[in-house]
Ligand binder design. Sequence first.
Ligand code: ADP
Ligand code: ZN
Length: 346
Amino acid sequence: MSSDLLFPDGTVTRFFFNTPFFSLDNLLPGRPLIFITDRNIKKLYPSLFPPSRTVVLPPGETHKNRRTVNYIYKSLLEMNIDRSATLVGVGGGSVTDLTGFTAATYHRGLTFGFVPTTLLAAVDAAIGGKNGYNMGKIKNCIGTVRQPGFILWDFSFFSTLPEREWISGFAEIIKHGAISSSSHLDFLEQHTSDHFKHDKLLLARLVSESVRIKTDFVIKDQNEGGMRKLLNFGHTLGHALEHSCKLTHGEAVSRGMVYALRLSEKISSLNHEEALRLEALLKHYRLPTAMDFKPGPVFKILAKDKKKRGELIDFVLLETLGHASLHPISFEKVRKDLYDLCCNRP
Ligand code: ADP
Ligand code: ZN
């Protein structure tokens, strides 16, 4: 199943849903494809990557840095890659972010596309055109906004995903429902993560709806002037938690959403039953909801958040399930609430 989508910058992205990886050569005839992947994926799927056309990266977010970007540039130069090539990032969010960035900058820009191999990348990182890398602890501080020429979703990659990485993706899927579609939440409530693991058509429905929601936000606000910020629901606290505790992105965002629910009940119009319903859905997908971390170190990172302006910090809150809005909140209030919620831990 394929469809084309026009982005505000004029890029047309081709979406290939539930399409086998091996059909790429036929779908994109006439252009040399250069694969960028990581060591784990290469090891799990060795036959997919011809050595002369593949750049293999060290895996994970800790390697999403300048050193790895330089390694990609150097490898492309050694392979004599010119502007006629298309870079194909095959991996999780770290690989797709690095591929998008190098493609945007190498020889002033090559065409590129993604094959997300984690559920998280399939519904989030691969979509929206934000690409880049981290400088020390500062996430994504160097980057570009550029849409890929195509995204291909081959769900068979998910069969090798560790359980924690699989579950992590559901946090973003639930987030998409929470901020803009209560029917997406109904659908999630009717199923379990195991249903999606064993039924590819059901999974295709889930992923395509989540992708539709995210692209909707991106098309209306590609450069994050307003509406796209709502996609940060759960991420203000989530990012701080991810930095200070050993959590997957989804585990951190799940707790971040629970905290944002508490704030939403106090500050916006979300009622208690709705907050409990979303929290129950997170638990249903085996995502953590307990505020069982030490608030001190988390708060220190929050204080450096780019969403902070003077004494205020922007939080995405829910008005109802399926409707979000941006609220500037007193930083002191956030600090106090966080300490209260974490049972006055030191
Ligand atoms: P994300 O941000 O989407 O979680 P990363 O690129 O940081 O993605 O990948 C997280 C980890 O999962 C990495 O160690 C990566 O090698 C591994 N990984 C990615 N896709 C798969 C897969 N399909 N099967 C097994 N491991 C995978
Ligand atoms: Zn996220």
